[in-house]
Design a protein around this ligand. Structure first.
Ligand code: S3P
Length: 743
């Protein structure tokens, strides 16, 4: 056995109960040399003998009082129903200053037992629960790495001594566990739902089938589904019987809720209500996939010991071939929204399966819309009509997606129910008053956090009135939000924009048969019409294509075709700007698909030159500036951008974050309040930070084509919000970027 000691941090650890969990804890602490001595107590002498022999403990004591004398930490690892008796015995001993902790799977009962026997919860008792186990049991299965990358939940009380809490926390962390703190009731609710209820169902189902003799046949033919579902019915019956007795109240609450849902499912089967069944199954399947993704990401995070997904981009390379980037994000969001509010079934093809558009999709599922897919970009939406949404079961979590939050707030302001919209750390910093204020003018009731930031709480049941609104900034999100509210507001709602912005909402409303008047810079809708289901073909996203337009322009010898890209004139600023810089870009095979113009774009390497970017192109290239700054860094001479203060309130402050990164790579970049000045020149290697902004991460990947050394790009996980297969497409056409450690 390897003992990898530094100086021990604690004196004596006593572990009472040398089963799998207690034995593994003792063995881990001993191997790491965290305590000067590890003493075991177990009523089974054979377990004690094995524990000493296999190095789980230094020694064992048969008498509890002798073991605990002079102890610094006492770990209670006995079965949960044996806890009260053990605590009663401990209460008669002088425990000095020892820290007490335990490993029980339910915490309320342990705390109550301790309060009973000690009179109050001892301040140095820190209740704990490692969420780990194995099908093996007993001290012989003790495994010092059992807790590595597993969660350990500590449930301190108000009177818990912070030093005791820190001690227990430190021990678990040293064993590689991922420690979280939670209050007792919350712990018991969470575990009842995620662990106890599934075990009850598995035990119950197997027993229910097994006791009907006619079902024995079924076991003979039982296929994977039955085996997967009932695997946990092979767990230790005594331990589980203990857990249900210990966590009775929380288990009953979740069991009753589940019974009601099960009855509803029964009703749907009985009534032949396929729509209801499809709704439950599609929601469940999505939730399950989402859950697996979170677990996968957690495994990755654990492996890295932090949550920084790093891209490593190798210098040089050129692009060749023909690729199709994923579907347009803006159109994908709107397809779900309008498809859900339409009457009839809408089929979508080319849907972007990125996290942002999926957040919108999930929000509508949460509001009762049955949506099948996405599967290879195909989505089928069973529209509920303008007045068919149902209250969601909880807050709508929109991840990183500003478009989801801003557009949804318009149509939710007009619903009969309340909603709360939340997002991740980046979205939680973004300004929402730009939609909340005009919506309030229409009669909406919206609460925000300080300075108009998310979360938003939108009060239902308001009667909205149409209005004419002049937007102070050129924002398609604000325009779309107000037009969506206008579908429900009395009379007409008109929105005027100071400069043209993307018009996908107007086009798609018309595609669904909803009249929209567009005159000059003003779009107008009136309520009282309906949306009729449609077929939507989502073109490839020009904002994703932009990375490759710049990449092929700056990498000598490149020639690349980007297929089926949306070239809506409100989105093609990037092409115009690159052409002004000397880019060699041609549009081929131009056509119109489902109300949106589309083309294949051929791009060849070119010698770019710096320009003053015309301000009227800014809103038409708003999402493409990070990568255009890379083009500017590769151009001869100076590029100046003005009138782009909106860039400071995107997923990150894109002016500052890009300037910082370019400077780190040796490029002269000077941020200004509403833009940037970039002098083209050599690009070095180095470390840059994307601040969780997908477009920054991808832009610096492109920069590597002209860099002289590798570029390490931090914080790239959010590339999955808009361009999930960016790395594989990059590899396919010649950009040498990969996740660090996976090249
Ligand atoms: C979008 C509009 C733009 C854009 C965003 C998507 C949309 O935002 O930056 O990525 O789908 O309407 P603003 O309206 O804030 O300019």
């Amino acid at each position: 056995m390897t003992l990898q000691q530094g100086a021990p941090i604690f004196g004596r650890l006593v572990v009472i109960g040398l089963g799998l969990i207690g034995g593994s804890f003792a063995k881990g602490v001993r191997e790491k040399g965290l305590c000067a001595e590890v003493v075991g107590v177990d009523k089974d002498p054979e377990s004690c003998r094995i524990a000493v022999e296999t190095g789980v403990v230094d020694r064992c004591e048969s008498d509890l009082a002798t073991a605990c004398r002079g102890a610094d930490v006492i770990q209670l690892a006995v079965p949960i129903l044996a806890m009260e008796k053990l605590l009663a015995e401990l209460a008669t001993l002088d425990l000095g200053n020892a820290v007490l902790t335990d490993v029980g799977s339910a915490k309320g009962n342990v705390v109550r037992a301790a309060q009973n026997v000690f009179g109050e919860m001892p301040a140095r008792f820190v209740p704990g629960h490692p969420i780990a186990g194995s099908e093996k049991s007993g001290v012989e299965a003790a495994n010092s790495s059992l807790f590595r990358r597993h969660k350990v939940i500590l449930t301190p009380l108000a009177n818990t001594d912070p030093a005791a809490l820190q001690c227990v926390d430190q021990l678990w962390r040293a064993l590689g566990a991922d420690v979280e703190h939670m209050d007792v009731e919350h712990h018991d609710e969470v575990l009842a739902a995620t662990s106890h209820l599934p075990h009850l169902l598995a035990f119950g189902l197997v027993d229910s089938l097994a006791k009907r003799s006619e079902n024995l046949e079924i076991f003979r033919y039982a296929a994977g589904g039955f085996r997967d579902f009932t695997r946990i019915a092979g767990s230790d019956p005594v331990m589980w019987h203990d857990i249900f007795l210990a966590n009775r109240d929380a288990v009953l609450r979740i069991l009753d809720a589940f019974r009601a849902d099960l009855d509803a499912l029964r009703g749907a089967v009985d009534a032949g209500d396929g729509h209801e069944l499809l709704g439950v199954f599609t929601r469940a399947r999505f939730a399950r996939e989402h859950f697996s993704k979170i677990l996968a990401r957690r495994a990755y995070v654990d492996a890295m010991h932090n949550n920084d997904l790093i891209y490593l981009a190798q210098p040089g390379g050129k692009l060749a071939g023909s690729i199709r980037v994923p579907g347009d994000k803006s159109i994908s969001h709107r397809s779900i929204m309008l498809g859900s509010l339409a009457e009839g079934t809408t089929e979508v093809e080319g849907f972007l399966e990125g996290e942002d558009a999926l957040a919108t999709l999930q929000a509508f599922r949460d509001m009762g819309v049955v949506i099948e897919g996405p599967h290879h970009g195909r989505v089928t939406i069973h529209g509920v009509g303008l007045h068919g949404l149902k209250p969601p079961p909880g807050p709508l979590y929109l991840g990183n997606s500003g478009t989801s939050m801003r557009l949804l707030s318009g149509l939710l302001a007009a619903q009969p129910f309340d909603t709360t919209l939340t997002g991740d750390a980046s979205l939680s910093k973004r300004p929402m008053n730009r939609v909340a204020n005009p919506l309030r003018e229409m009669g909406a009731v919206i609460e925000t956090a300080a300075e108009g930031r998310p979360p938003l709480t939108i009060r239902g049941g308001q009667r909205l009135a149409g209005m004419s609104y002049e937007m102070p900034m050129a924002s398609a999100q604000v325009k779309s939000c107000l037009l969506l509210a206008g579908l429900y507001a009395a009379g007409e709602t008109s929105v005027s924009e100071p400069a043209p912005t993307r018009d996908h909402t107007e086009r798609m409303l018309q595609g669904f048969g909803y009249p929209v008047k567009v005159a000059g810079n003003t779009a107008t809708v009136e309520s009282g019409h309906k949306l009729s289901a449609s077929h939507i073909e989502v073109p490839a996203d020009i904002s994703s294509a932009a990375f490759f337009l710049v990449a092929a322009s700056i990498a000598e010898g490149s020639e690349l075709v980007l297929e089926h890209v949306g070239i809506n004139p409100t989105r093609t600023g990037v092409i115009d700007i690159l052409k002004l810089m000397g880019g060699d870009i041609t549009l081929e095979n131009q056509r119109e698909v489902g109300g949106e113009p589309v083309a294949d774009i051929r791009v060849r390497a070119a010698k770019l030159k710096g320009i003053e970017i015309p301000e009227d192109l800014v809103p038409l290239a708003i999402d493409e500036f990070p990568v255009l700054f890379v083009a500017a860094a590769c151009a001869e001479g100076r590029t100046v951008l003005r009138g782009a203060e909106e860039l400071r309130v995107k997923e990150s402050d894109r002016i500052q974050v890009m300037a910082d990164g370019l400077l780190a790579l040796g490029v002269k970049a000077e941020p200004t309040p509403d833009g940037i000045i970039i002098d083209g020149g050599p690009i070095g290697g180095g470390e840059v930070w994307s601040h969780g902004d997908h477009r920054i991460a991808m832009s610096f990947s492109v920069a590597s084509l002209r860099a002289t050394a590798p570029i390490r790009i931090h914080d790239c996980a959010n590339v999955a919000t808009s361009f999930p297969n960016f790395l594989s497409l990059s590899a396919q056409c010649g950009i040498r970027v990969a996740e660090e450690g996976k090249a």
